[in-house]
Design a protein around this ligand. Structure first.
Ligand SMILES: *Cc1c(COP(=O)(O)O)cnc(C)c1O
Length: 455
């Protein structure tokens, strides 16, 4: 096929995927089951249902159904901002002088500014279907809370967000977007939950972590009638919803007869990466095609590259189910100077198993390099990227420069998960030359891993 490739490949509205793809159905080695922390036995739908919406609990545990229909109401909402463009990064290629062809799937084109809305709207929909009053959740820098507050406003659901304290105080803008959409935002650890009080007593003055905020949100959901807890990453149901990214990407590439050689995504809890790669990993798992898939994580929170593949708690308060994943230990908190997001201690169990089995590779990068890549990208491609997304940009640039040396014309596809307009404090640090790198020592990681549960 010799069609000229446009700067942006837009699918038609009627090419929006009608089903999500459950990559677990094609995995010979399934992710290990999540366990009830009380019994250490695989958790059942009945045990999950007090925490999660029933339909979402079913999706979480289903490892055999390959496709799930996307309900019409969700597809209608998706049409507000999807299909999202697959951009050929002509300007970046030119700047780098690389023979590689670089593509990025841009998920920042909605008010919440990231891919998280893809799952937020699905989770709000199932909560509404179940007749719930509202949902509780945690948020770190605020992208997930913002996405969820938009989704809840759309379906007229109450939305309670526990926001990591340091972000609540230092990142007022996303907090106010959430409040504008009607969410109630509480800094975590708070004194409004038992687990919050306990964490505050054990770690006086703590500025919080995602793990703490998860514990608080779960407690808030299980102690209020008509509420359930929703999570923006890590879980297999979230990864399922995010496959809309990969399915659109694959459709756009197929339309122009482009075969990706390399697929790169940033990895915090693994949802955008998992969603982007699922259809491609599915082809690898079925022996139909081969791709080089790279997960990129911060050197300051290196769960895949330096963590352990083991059962661990998903939250600091140890009240959530246990998942087998690459983890740094649920007590792990990245150093205070870390500004690039992707702070979660663990990794999606699906991504973890694919990594364990060699379908996914991982690389860690330091934040000053990440911001350097972000700056270059913003200048040539015109989008100010989220720090998280810039991890993928950094490795895409590295790979394109390798192609320049070898003369290879590889097709490099990466996920541009969001925009960075609300991350200007981090950009300010970078611009002022005040950003530094911190890589945890082996001792620090070992200390945190020593707290892994004995399963
Ligand atoms: C939350 C977020 C991420 C990381 O989460 P994953 O679950 O690993 O995808 C990446 N990029 C942006 C812009 C985010 O908001």
């Amino acid at each position: 096929m010799n069609k000229e490739i446009p700067y942006k490949i837009y699918l038609e509205e009627n090419e929006l995927p009608t089903q999500w793809y459950n990559v677990r159905a094609d995995m010979k080695n399934k992710p290990a089951p999540i366990l009830n922390p009380a019994t250490l036995k695989p958790i059942t739908i009945d045990e999950l249902s007090p925490i999660f919406c029933t339909e979402l609990a079913k999706q979480e545990l289903d490892e055999t159904t390959p496709y799930f229909d996307i309900p019409q109401e969700i597809r209608d909402f998706y049409k507000m901002y999807r299909p999202s463009p697959l951009v050929r990064a002509y300007c970046l290629e030119k700047k780098l002088g690389t023979p590689a062809h670089i593509y990025y799937k841009f998920e920042g084109n909605n008010t919440s500014g990231s891919h998280k809305l893809n799952s937020a709207i699905a989770q709000a929909y199932y909560a509404k279907q179940q007749g719930l009053k509202g949902v509780t959740t945690e948020t770190g820098a605020g992208q997930w809370g913002t996405a969820l507050s938009m989704a809840c406003a759309y379906f007229d659901l109450d939305c309670q967000v526990y926001m990591v304290k340091v972000s609540y105080e230092q990142k007022p803008f996303r907090r106010e977007v959430m409040r504008t959409y009607g969410a109630k935002v509480t800094p975590s650890p708070s004194m409004t939950t038992e687990v919050g009080k306990r964490i505050n007593a054990e770690h006086p003055g703590t500025t919080g972590s995602l793990g703490c905020a998860i514990s608080e949100a779960v407690e808030a959901a299980t102690t209020q009638e008509g509420y359930r807890y929703v999570l923006g990453s890590v879980l297999s149901q979230v990864l399922l919803h995010q496959t809309v990214i990969g399915l659109e990407t694959k459709a756009a590439l197929d339309k122009y007869g482009i075969k990706a050689d390399m697929i790169i995504g940033c990895a915090g809890g693994g949802s955008n990466l998992g969603g982007l790669i699922s259809p491609f990993a599915g082809e690898m798992l079925r022996g139909e095609a081969d791709y080089e898939i790279i997960a990129v994580e911060p050197a300051s929170c290196p769960s895949l590259t330096r963590g352990k593949y083991a059962y661990d708690f998903c939250d600091t308060g140890k009240i959530c189910p246990l998942a087998k994943m690459y983890t740094l230990g649920s007590n792990f908190i990245p150093s205070a100077n870390h500004a690039g997001g992707l702070r979660y201690h663990g990794m999606s169990s699906i991504v973890s198993q694919l990594y364990e089995d060699g379908y996914v590779k991982a690389r860690s990068v330091e934040q000053t390099e990440v911001f350097k890549a972000a700056e270059m990208f913003a200048k040539v491609e015109g989008i100010l990227p989220a720090p998280e997304s810039s991890h993928a940009i950094k490795v895409a640039i590295d790979e394109a420069l390798k192609c320049k040396e070898t003369g290879e014309t590889k097709n490099i596809v990466f996920g541009l998960t969001g925009t960075g307009y609300f991350d200007m404090v981090a950009y300010q640090k970078y611009n002022d030359g005040e950003m530094s790198d911190y890589i945890p020592t082996d001792e620090e990681i070992a200390k945190s891993l020593a707290t892994l549960p004995n399963v």
